[in-house]
Design a binder for this molecule. Structure first.
Ligand SMILES: C[S@@+](CC[C@H](N)C(=O)[O-])C[C@H]1O[C@@H](n2cnc3c(N)ncnc32)[C@H](O)[C@@H]1O
Length: 258
């Protein structure tokens, strides 16, 4: 289950929540100026890099990730969609001193800042990497997607999220940070915060139902040995035939200028 399903889950998130992703890109694109050089931090499977290159035809994207597997997936999708010429991949650990990226107009950090061991140091590196007037966008999950709201299985899903939150906390991930305050402390100005309350009602399209299966399936896998999984197993086994699934997720996005 591990990495394959993470890649599939990230790709499905971008597909299912495409309106949200397009909204962010349009916003960042307006602020970053013409023909921007964009650095995608923790680019993962490439959802941001690919959409940025597609939606902003003048953009050049440098996709950075510590995982060669993620970058290989990103590269093959970029080439398959004809965007490869404008996307460069860089394998780097962003907890270490950053590579030289050249002049950068926009730093895009979607669900990646919370992975940084030292967020203050990462933000200082982002500030140093941007040209004066350049823009930093940080997008984070306030709440992870829920698919069973209002159904008889809502409590089973709530248990899963409680356990997953504990695991993220124990792993030292920086969830629920105020990245606007942190960006100001790192020297950024004009910080703007936007909150996105996303709700997709049933019946969901096939990709969204698959997103539910992959997300809850991954969580089931990670909870092995931590909780009573009988009810969760029953829910996961029945997901593909349900027509009452919905999606609820909250995202917070900060845009700040050097
Ligand atoms: C949750 S994924 C987000 C991927 C993508 N930005 C998106 O929104 O779909 C986080 C990514 O950050 C990468 N990552 C985590 N720690 C990192 C580090 N220290 N340096 C570089 N990349 C890192 C992981 O490999 C993973 O691909």
């Amino acid at each position: 289950m591990a990495h394959d399903h993470l890649i599939e889950m990230l790709d499905l998130d971008a597909e299912v929540l495409s309106a949200y992703h397009r909204d962010l890109i349009a916003w960042a694109g307006r602020e970053a100026g013409d023909r921007p050089h964009i650095v995608d931090l923790g680019a993962g499977s490439g959802t941001g890099s690919l959409a940025l290159a597609r939606e902003l035809p003048g953009a050049r994207v440098t996709a950075v990730d510590v995982s060669p597997e993620m970058l290989a997936h990103l590269r093959s999708r970029a080439d398959a969609t004809g965007l490869g010429g404008r996307i460069t991949t860089v394998e780097a650990d962003l907890d270490q001193p950053w590579p030289e990226f050249g002049e950068v107009d926009l730093i895009w950090a979607s669900s990646s800042m919370h992975h940084m061991a030292d967020p203050a140091r990462a933000l200082a590196s982002a500030h140093a990497a941007l040209r004066p007037g350049g823009v930093l966008l940080i997008a984070e999950l306030e709440s992870f997607p829920r698919f069973l709201t209002g159904t008889a299985d809502e409590q089973v899903e709530a248990m899963v999220h409680t356990e997953a939150d504990k695991m993220r906390h124990d792993a030292g991930l920086h969830m629920h940070e105020n990245w606007g305050t942190r960006a100001s402390q790192a020297g950024f100005t004009e910080v703007v915060e936007r909150h996105f309350d996303i709700a997709l009602e049933p019946p969901l399209p096939a990709a969204a139902r698959r997103y539910a299966e992959v997300t809850l399936g991954r969580m089931r896998h990670r909870l092995e040995g931590r909780a009573d999984l009988e009810a969760l197993d029953r829910v996961v086994a029945g997901l593909s035939s349900r027509d009452d699934l919905s999606i609820r997720t909250e995202r917070t996005v900060w845009l700040a200028r050097r």
